[in-house]
Design a protein around this ligand. Sequence first.
Ligand code: AG3
Length: 282
Amino acid sequence: MEKWFTEKHSDTINFSIKVSKTLFSTQTKFQKLEVFENEELGRFFTLDDYVMITEKDEFIYHDMIVHVPMAVHPKAHRILVIGAGDGGTVRELCRYPYVTHVDMVEIDEEVVTVCKKYFPNSTSGLSDSRVHLYFMDGLAFIATKKNEYDLIIVDSTDPFSVGEGLFTQSFYKDCFTALKDDGILVNQHESPFYEHYQKNMQRAHKRIKEAFPIAKVYQAFIPTYASGHWLFGFASKKYDPIKDANFEHWNSLNLQTKYYNPALHIGSFALPNYVIDLLNKE
Ligand code: AG3
């Protein structure tokens, strides 16, 4: 009998992936967590029936959520990552030799345990001595921090269940307080395409704009996320993501990236008109 994993992209649209093997399935304290395999995508894991990463396209998301702010900040060495239990974001950060300290706060320890077992590549950075893992609510963690980080990356699920608080006004304000005077906040910013995601994106942008003097949005094509058209938020106290990007410095690091490059960095901030309209509307 054929088995398919199905994610609902909208009330009338489903996205299905043929499962060649179910590797793991559980209900954690917080959410439903499953690991599957597909012939073309490799292994992939889901939370509450939403695709989080697949082996084939996770590089796109992780390149864009990490290398864009890292090419802008002149020397981000103290970094906070919220969510990101699969480790992909931390793996990319650890490639920068001058990063000295990464706090990673994941609410669900089981996500990390399971990903370590099934996704050795994405979790490879988690054992780096610069990385400090906290299994707790990101909202509680950040509420105690002041003027501490150069960069905060919010690598969350969608805004419901455990992800919900990470899209609130008070959380963005706490991020502002936790950042240094030239700090940058980057977050996964949902999709502009389907109506439900559109609303999440508009709401997030409106709130971030209220908390930060500079708030921009950039895009990437991520085949296994709803509609494939995905956005990231770039908010900062001082740096403009294009004018202040230092590609000479970034190139000198000689990082080999499979998706990100400086031309794409600039291009990713050029948004389609309908997306600009949606963002301005709110
Ligand atoms: N973070 C989840 C992005 C949102 C996915 N949404 C969806 N499939 N509807 C990805 C974690 C990667 N570190």
